[in-house]
Design a protein around this ligand. Structure first.
Ligand code: NAG
Ligand code: NAG
Ligand code: NAG
Length: 363
């Protein structure tokens, strides 16, 4: 087609240009094919979204920029802070809804319902978006062509990893738009306002599966990406770019485990990122529950395998909280019941993963 078009002009310059263009095109296609087949034959596990989805994600984010900007602006606090969570169809399913439990916790919590005004739910598929619209004001649809995030993404499956990485990339763009964010998984129950407990001087602060007692010690704390507060500045933006780029070096690792690897990297010192780990006394979870219901802000359903177990044990957690709130002051000796179904399933999961090869962190 192109050749016919150009030869009609019979212009030698045009013909020359066309030849160069064709040659360029052919060599591009050739090297692409060579590259792809090399990847296939060497079994190099190059995440497909690197090649395809990230392109469509970029073009989508350009189109959606105004909408995201509008949603963030409407939900933002005076100091440009938003609360963000992601939601897929499996977690929005009304029969078994993590979303319902999440929103209920804000209402049962002590003075947390006002924070719902600042919560943006990032829907990862159309059904999650529809579910969000039914129950919440600030919803944003982040969809990636060709990737279906609607089902329960089992820990460490390719879809799970894609979902995790897309989240990192998305959060980077939120920072670039000038918003600080508190990211919370939807399986984190909110019982008190967390903001008074953040470090005023930190760029990036993150909750932990295990907290060692020293908020600056990267070696002994085990962070969990399901709850973090990040201030928008050059350091945090650089950090998120670096974190996202590390997926190429660690293609089989979960974002959190990559974080556990890169937290030692000298680049963090070069960026001068101020990193803090949050105390499980305030930001606890099934892995390490907050021991004091008079202090707890949030509780995460970490160390749990399986959506049904999660929902089952979160319901019990909400009951425990409501029992605590119903007690007269001074009689507050209430504690959490053990997350039985979660821990049973986790033990089974760890046994299956064999030979002492421990799965380090389960969200
Ligand atoms: C709830 O918050 C109010 C105001 O901060 C405080 O006076 C009250 O003691 C809190 N109740 C509980 C159970 O923490
Ligand atoms: C906390 O950890 C940091 C970094 O490892 C270390 O420099 C500091 O001495 C520790 N603080 C305490 C009180 O142990
Ligand atoms: C939770 O565990 C109990 C006791 O083992 C069991 O009867 C129940 O069916 C489990 N619930 C779910 C939702 O798995």
């Amino acid at each position: 087609m192109q050749r016919c078009y150009f030869s009609e002009f019979k212009s030698s310059t045009l013909l020359h240009r066309a030849r160069i263009a064709t040659l360029f095109f052919i060599s591009f296609v050739f090297s692409y094919v060579l590259f792809s087949s090399a990847l296939d034959s060497c079994q190099i596990r190059f995440p497909e979204y690197l090649v395809s989805s990230s392109l469509s994600f970029d073009s989508l984010s350009v189109r959606a920029e105004t909408t995201l900007e509008t949603v963030l602006k409407e939900a933002s606090m005076n100091d440009n802070t938003v609360i963000l969570t992601t939601l897929n169809e499996a977690w929005a399913n009304p029969d078994n809804s993590i979303l319902d439990l999440f929103l209920a916790s804000f209402r049962f919590g002590n003075q947390t319902s006002k924070l719902l005004n600042h919560l943006v739910i990032i829907a990862l598929d159309q059904n999650a978006f529809a579910s969000c619209k039914r129950v919440h004001t600030h919803c944003f649809a982040l969809t990636t062509d060709g990737v279906d995030f609607s089902h329960e993404a089992y820990f460490m499956t390719p879809n799970y990893l894609k979902m995790m990485w897309q989240r990192i990339d998305f959060l980077r763009s939120v920072l670039e738009m000038g918003y600080n964010f508190l990211f919370t998984d939807a399986d984190v129950m909110w019982f008190r306002d967390p903001f008074p407990h953040f470090y005023p001087d930190a760029d990036f602060q993150i909750a932990c599966d295990h907290y060692s007692g020293n908020s600056t010690d990267v070696e002994t704390n085990i962070p969990n990406g399901g709850f973090s507060f990040v201030r928008s500045n050059v350091r945090s933006i650089e950090f998120y770019k670096y974190w996202y780029s590390s997926r190429v070096i660690y293609p089989d690792l979960h974002d959190q485990d990559v974080l556990n690897n890169i937290k030692y990297d000298s680049i963090l010192t070069d960026i001068n990122l101020k990193l803090r780990f949050l105390d499980t006394t305030y930001f606890g979870g099934f892995c390490e529950p907050s021991k004091d219901l008079n202090k707890v802000c949030t509780m995460h359903a970490n160390c749990c395998v399986g959506l049904e177990n999660k929902v089952h044990d979160l319901r019990i957690m909400l009951q425990d909280w409501n029992n605590f709130m119903a007690l007269p002051n001074g009689m507050e000796s209430q504690t959490w019941r053990d997350p039985k179904n979660c821990s049973l399933a986790l033990r089974r999961h760890l046994d299956l993963s064999e030979d002492g090869m421990k799965v380090e962190t389960i969200t």
